[in-house]
Design a protein around this ligand. Structure first.
Ligand code: ADP
Ligand code: MG
Length: 688
């Protein structure tokens, strides 16, 4: 048996169960092994019934004193109740719809149960447990097999319950395929890590919490270490590559374009541009990430870098995440660059076949210097005569895999610059974007006024919209953001369509209103955006489609309906659409949510404009989940490590991975493991 073998060959599984397991994503022995518990329950201490409190989760053992079976109100439901006593008190144990248990439960039997105690229905203060997380029926004199231990709790389903998983895990751990070490000896000793086999045993069935802790550390370390090795290998490979393009240091054109800007670069922008230029002037291909909060002015960095490549006789590509954004960039680039004879093209998704072919031909004949578009830009069939620089706006949709695609395209590797507004803590940046060099823009352009943010209850809507009306009268424009597109009977909240109808026939009937959402045709959507851009639409009702990048400096007010339905980072992105000009800007978050956490969450928006802080708060509140993989597209999801709470493990793992890069025999050890575990994620690593 091997770790890669199909799970159906494990004793106790078979094709039927295998199909159910596959639905959870468990296909191999290794998948099962790494189906880590989502929690544990401590059964190492029995609680006397007399000292049990309502709301407490505990393990209790006692004898069945009485048994009753009732029919629920809905007839179909059967309710089985056992009264259990342990000499200190009595407790009701209740099972719903588990008739089959009746055969097994007998008065006098001993029960061993873990669950949460609640007050029994009509029981005058007596306690009950339903929803048991585990129970065992013990025959005379039998000791509970699970007793006195910490038990794993798995993400289970109706058909695959806890008991099934626990048993299966025991089977696997007792008869495992051959264990394989994933860490070089030197790393294991230096970081004092638990043995890997022992760690897997302990993560599922820990002796105590101390052992569990050590096991988690080891397994999280393994995971983070291998991913770090992958990222660092990609980086190292890039460093050693001489296939890059060596741009010359600046001369006339770049400087002239810079001088033609209506503003001077901020200190951070200048620093960032300097790093970009110096990367471009090396033969090692540039792989740089520019991270800067919304509105920090990343676009101009991209523009100047693109001009530099053009000046050196190369072509540049700018990829935007949406068609709307690409169109906007195209407009502003053309205006800015045409006077210098730089030819800018727009590869719109809406071009006719003929027009598109013309554009392709122009790119291939180098009749265009800079081409702007969405992902379509680097797809199959698109050829640049001399591609010198690729810039992508909003990194999270352009990850490792896409960069790998690029590398295949030509013998000379274009420089790559990625820009993201997703604020994540610095240490995390280093790790998640471990294959990139990072520049940070923290400073906002001068004259920006922070957006004033208010959380308001829906009763205040008339007042809020009155205020919006006044702002529009004064010449400004406004956004109204709604979480849903159209009416949904299950959710009692107004949709974008409804709000739009309400506003344009109501208080804003004398103004030009527009609606934009993700389900509209691309052409319609762009038309509305263009109208808003050119102030033909004054009030724009929208879903989150406007979240990224849209730049309308005259828009100074935003109302977010049902703000509690958005994440903080998302609200921050939305809010970043206003406060882009010199006008005083306002963001009103309308929410009727009564929950305390929802309120607190929104209040954070009132108190800070720092995207990094908001992102951290958001992570804490929502948990990291699949954060890692979604952050940098193409990274594997983490199964056990947690980038937020395991920061110290992460830093250790990164240090260890860096040491590994320096040691030949360690590298030789790690590469095959990397290809086995994460091969498909790190395809572009040669020999992996
Ligand atoms: P983002 O980083 O969110 O992509 P943009 O590049 O769209 O931000 O810039 C936001 C706005 O700030 C634009 O209108 C841009 O012209 C302006 N801007 C950029 N840099 C400066 C600067 N140094 N001084 C003044 N305004 C600037
Ligand atoms: Mg931008």
């Amino acid at each position: 048996m091997k770790w890669q073998d199909d799970i159906q060959y494990l004793k106790g599984v078979g094709p039927k169960k295998a199909a159910l397991l596959a639905k959870l994503g468990i296909q191999t022995m290794f998948d099962l092994l790494t189906w880590y518990p989502r929690g544990y329950e401590d059964q190492s201490a029995l609680t006397p019934i007399a000292s049990l409190h309502a709301g407490e989760t505990a393990t209790v053992s006692g004898s069945i004193m009485n048994l009753t079976e009732k029919q629920g109100r809905s007839r179909k439901m059967s309710i089985l109740t056992a009264l259990v006593g342990d000499g200190t008190g009595f407790l009701q144990i209740i099972w719903f719809n588990q008739k089959y248990l009746k055969q097994q439960l007998k008065i006098g039997c001993r029960l061993f149960v873990t669950g949460k105690a609640t007050y029994a229905y009509g029981g005058q203060g007596q306690l009950a447990m339903s929803n048991l997380s585990s129970f065992q029926i013990l025959q005379d004199g039998e000791a509970p097999e699970e007793a006195l231990g910490i038990q794993p709790i798995y993400s289970a389903t109706e058909k695959l319950n806890q008991k099934f998983f626990r048993k299966l895990m025991h089977t696997l751990l007792e008869n495992p395929p051959e264990w394989q070490e994933v860490l070089p000896e030197s790393v294991r000793t230096e970081y004092a890590l638990m043995d890997r086999r022992q760690a897997f045993g302990a993560i599922h069935f820990p002796k105590d919490f101390e052992e569990l802790q050590a096991a988690r550390r080891r397994l999280a370390f393994d995971e983070l270490y291998l991913i770090q090795c992958g990222l660092l290998l990609i980086k190292k490979q890039g460093r050693e590559s001489r296939r890059g393009i060596r741009h010359l240091s600046d001369s006339r054109l770049t400087r002239e374009v810079m001088d033609s800007l209506p503003f001077r670069l901020t200190g951070d922008q200048a620093k960032c541009l300097c790093a970009v230029k110096s990367d471009m002037e090396k033969t090692v291909p540039m792989r740089r990430l520019v991270q800067g909060d919304v509105g920090s002015g990343k676009t101009v960095i991209a523009m100047l870098a693109l001009v530099k490549t053009v000046e050196n006789g190369w072509q540049g590509a700018l990829m935007a995440p949406t068609e709307i954004l690409a169109a906007q960039h195209y407009e502003s680039f053309r205006k800015q660059l045409a006077p210098f004879g730089i030819r800018v093209g727009f590869l719109s998704g809406r071009l006719t076949k003929k027009k598109r072919q013309e554009l392709y031909d122009a790119m291939e004949a180098q009749e265009l210097d800079i081409v702007i578009g969405t992902h379509a830009l680097i797809q199959e069939g698109v050829h640049f005569a001399k591609l010198g620089l690729v810039v992508t706006d909003e990194q999270h949709r352009f990850g490792i895999a896409q960069r790998a695609e690029l590398e295949k395209k030509s013998s000379r590797l274009p420089d790559v610059l990625v820009m993201t507004a997703t604020p994540i803590p610095r240490t995390m940046t280093l790790t998640i974007y471990g294959d990139l060099d990072v520049s940070l823009i923290r400073e906002l352009p001068p004259g920006r006024q922070p957006v004033r943010t208010f959380v308001r209850r829906p009763e205040r809507r008339p007042l809020i919209y009155d205020f919006v009306h006044k702002e529009i009268e004064a010449g400004r424009q406004a956004y109204v953001i709604c979480p849903l597109i159209e009416m949904n009977e299950e959710l009692p909240i107004p949709s974008a369509e409804e709000v739009y109808e309400e506003l344009r026939h109501g208080i804003f009937r004398d103004m030009r209103c527009g609606l934009v959402h993700g389900r509209m045709k691309a052409a319609e959507k762009e038309q509305v955006m263009q109208d808003f851009y050119e102030n033909r639409v004054q009030l724009l009702v929208s879903t989150t489609v406007i979240e990224v990048g849209v730049n309308v400096p005259n828009a100074s007010i935003m109302v977010v309906e049902h703000a509690e339905r958005f994440g903080l980072a998302q609200l921050h992105q939305l809010r970043g659409r206003i406060g882009r000009g010199s006008y005083r800007s306002y963001c009103v978050l309308v929410s009727e949510s009564k929950s305390q956490t929802a309120k607190e969450r929104l209040q954070i928006m009132e108190s800070t404009a720092d995207g990094f802080q908001l992102a951290e708060e958001d992570l804490k509140l929502r948990g990291p989940g699949q954060f890692f993989g979604s952050m940098q597209h193409g990274l594997p999801d983490l199964k056990i490590a947690d980038v937020l709470h395991d920061m110290d493990i992460l830093l250790d793992a990164r240090r260890a991975a860096m040491q590994t890069m320096e040691r030949r025999e360690d590298m030789r050890f790690v590469r095959p493991i990397l290809s086995m575990q994460y091969g498909e994620h790190f395809k572009q690593i040669r020999d992996v």
